[in-house]
Ligand binder design. Structure first.
Ligand code: F6R
Length: 295
């Protein structure tokens, strides 16, 4: 076995970096992004970023805003495509992902508005197929995604690609999993108010990004991250398809790493890390649930 293989890497199928806290992780992530933006600026070229919403990327966006304000980082040469949007929500709905992006990032940096793309949640039902194909074309015309940010849902979804989503799936309308809707219930003041459908980039679309950064914080993501990073590639855990990407890195904090084999090996963290070593829980096989029918 080559010396360069660490003990942790014997378990991982996605290169994984565990940080003491998300604060340090986002500094590294923001510098990967800002280095590319600056390098492309000096070559007079654009950067295409694939963006996620939810609680996971918030601190990363705060760090990018800080770099804009204090470090002179400009977003003039940046084009963005968001992963997904709830179907039926208008851009100014407080829970829409367009609104989230405006509040968390767009309005704080000098990204030209016409260069920021978020799927439209109000496309008429009979135009959705065409709209999704056009979203894909726009990504291609922009030159393809250079860096794709993804979070992971407790169903194993990336974007809104719920269990049952295949590796070749493209931008499309999907039905949201019950667990996803339950997780969103607090934001919508009740599960009944959470939209049943969404428009999402597909797994195949995500896998076309040149570099993928998978982020995860907190113990609630520990089991599903283990399934994605160490389990088999399966459409029961759509994030596991990231294993086949040549440049996907997973950035997680210690709480999110608690179920990983690398922690169970208890060798790769320093003794002063303060990490609780918990016994490995058996890798549950995630049950396959058939996708719900489209509207
Ligand atoms: C959001 C998205 C989702 C979230 C995932 C995790 O654009 O694509 O896949 O990344 O649901 O959500 P949080 O970060 O809220 O735990």
């Amino acid at each position: 076995m080559p010396n360069s293989v660490t003990e942790a890497e014997q378990f991982e199928k996605i290169r994984t970096k565990v940080f003491h806290g998300s604060e340090t992780a986002v500094q590294e992530l923001a510098s990967i992004i800002s280095d590319l933006i600056r390098q492309r600026q000096s070559d007079d070229r654009r950067v295409v970023l694939g963006l996620a919403t939810g609680s996971t990327p918030v601190k990363l966006y705060q760090e990018l805003i800080r770099l804009h304000r204090e470090g002179g980082l400009s977003f003039q040469n940046v084009v963005t495509f968001n992963l997904d949007e709830y179907y039926g929500l208008s851009p100014d709905h407080p829970e829409s992902y367009r609104h989230f992006m405006e509040v968390q990032l767009f309005r704080h940096v000098d990204l030209p508005p016409e260069q920021a793309h978020v799927p439209d949640g109000l496309v008429e039902r009979d135009k959705v197929f065409e709209y999704c194909a056009d979203y894909e074309s726009q990504i291609e015309e922009a030159g393809g995604i250079d860096i794709q940010i993804v979070g992971i849902g407790r169903t194993g979804h990336i974007g809104f690609n719920e269990p049952g989503s295949g590796p070749d799936s493209r931008t499309r309308m999907v039905a949201l999993d019950r667990l996803t809707r339950r997780d969103a219930a607090r934001d919508f003041r009740g599960e009944a108010n959470v939209p049943a459908y969404a428009i999402t980039m597909g797994i195949g679309t995500i896998l076309q990004g040149r570099q993928i950064l998978l982020l995860g914080w907190g113990e609630s993501k520990a089991l599903i991250l283990r399934a994605a990073i160490e389990g088999p590639e399966t459409d029961a855990v759509p994030a596991s398809f990231l294993q086949r990407h040549p440049d996907c890195g997973c950035y997680i904090d210690q709480a999110a790493a608690l179920s990983l084999g690398l922690l169970a090996s208890a060798k790769n963290l320093s003794s002063d890390s303060g990490t609780r070593i918990i016994p490995r829980t058996p890798l549950l096989l995630f049950w396959w649930r058939p996708a719900r029918p489209m509207v």
